[in-house]
Design a protein around this ligand. Structure first.
Ligand code: AKG
Ligand code: FE2
Length: 330
């Protein structure tokens, strides 16, 4: 289906979905499964497009990453944040891009109150022999304390990239672009896994701070490994906060600001947040994977979306990331 037709159809679909008031959950098997057909692939493309256009979010099931992989990711994340603070501080890089980022450091763009989280970023490990070499900040690894950490998360980086490539292929087809349009953008890209620990709220008054203040993601697309607890909410098109629900082992996917720029907001970067729970003794862990293009890729609105509203100025992915990191306090 042409994306314009999809847009028209989507208006009616969107009303139905808004009334149902939940983010659609769709199986990746329809697109990439062994028994997927042309019809099931097209149905997946349409549902993916409609969910992202309406909510900026979609829940993906049957993506092929095993439940035991997710369990292990959270076990390692818990072990990492359980290290003594002095050891974690030894992994601080100060650039907001790699290694440990301490509690109280990140303040969402437009907020004056730091998020109630500590986190850790893992970027790609690229060998210098590739045709396209990009020099990203180096990863740091807790090898001495946790020898299993590096091999596990490098493998997960690859698995998440594979799922992202499949979803981006479906989106390219929805936009009538070549299948590999976004794949070319993210080849040797700066995609980042973020392990997040939101500690128990405890007895201290958080003031105006929340676990994650309202923000839109910077990147093309985010794949979030279903968190250990609820709290994630998106701001819908009616200006209402809507809880994002997922089942165990789903991926919660959202489009970021770079995709909004490319599509002139046809796929929006939806504002979302993580609210504080009433329970003050439970931590929350989550693991988003932020899919980024290579730094030198110039992001400019695609021709087919030119007529929709005011187009943004072209900017390279690297410059855009640097600008947004500065706005977040780095
Ligand atoms: O923890 C979550 O569920 C969401 C985190 C998030 O939105 C982010 O880190 O950008
Ligand atoms: Fe986010």
């Amino acid at each position: 289906m042409l994306f314009q037709e999809t847009l028209n159809k989507e208006n009616t679909m969107a009303e139905a979905q808004t009334a149902a008031n939940s983010v659609p959950r769709i199986s990746l098997q329809g697109f990439a499964g062994a028994s997927s057909s042309d019809a099931s692939r097209q149905a997946f493309i349409d549902q993916l497009w409609q969910a992202l256009a309406e909510f900026g979010f979609v829940v993906i099931s049957d993506h092929g990453i095993s439940a035991s992989t997710f369990t292990k990711a959270y076990a390692l994340s818990q072990q990492l944040f359980g290290l003594p603070l002095a050891q974690k501080q030894g992994f601080e890089q100060g650039n907001g891009q790699r290694g440990y980022i301490a509690f109280g450091k990140e303040t969402a763009k437009g907020s004056n109150h730091p998020d109630l989280k500590e986190y850790w970023h893992i970027g790609p490990e690229l060998n210098t022999a590739g045709a396209v070499y990009v020099d990203y900040p180096a990863n740091v690894w807790p090898d001495a304390q946790m020898p299993a950490f590096k091999p596990f998360f490098l493998a997960l980086h690859q698995q998440l990239t594979e799922v992202a490539l499949t979803l981006l292929e479906a989106l390219a087809l929805a936009m009538e672009l070549p299948n590999d349009y976004f794949a070319n953008m993210i080849h040797r890209g700066n995609s980042v896994q973020r392990l997040i620990h939101y500690p128990p709220l405890g007895q201290t008054d958080p003031g105006e701070s929340v676990r994650a203040a309202a923000h839109a993601d910077i990147n093309l697309m985010t794949l979030l490994i279903g968190a250990t607890d609820s709290g994630l909410e998106l701001l819908d098109k009616n200006g209402r906060w809507l809880a994002v629900e997922n089942q165990a082992n789903d991926l919660v996917v959202d489009t970021g600001d770079m995709m909004a720029l490319l599509t002139n907001n046809a796929l929006p970067a939806t504002v979302h947040r993580v609210v504080n729970p009433t329970n003050t003794t439970e931590p929350r862990y989550s693991i988003p994977f932020f899919v980024h293009p290579r730094n030198e890729v110039v992001l400019k609105p695609l021709a087919q979306f030119a007529s929709q509203g005011e187009a943004r100025q072209p900017i390279s992915a690297g410059d855009y990331l640097a600008q947004r990191l500065r706005e977040n306090g780095f």
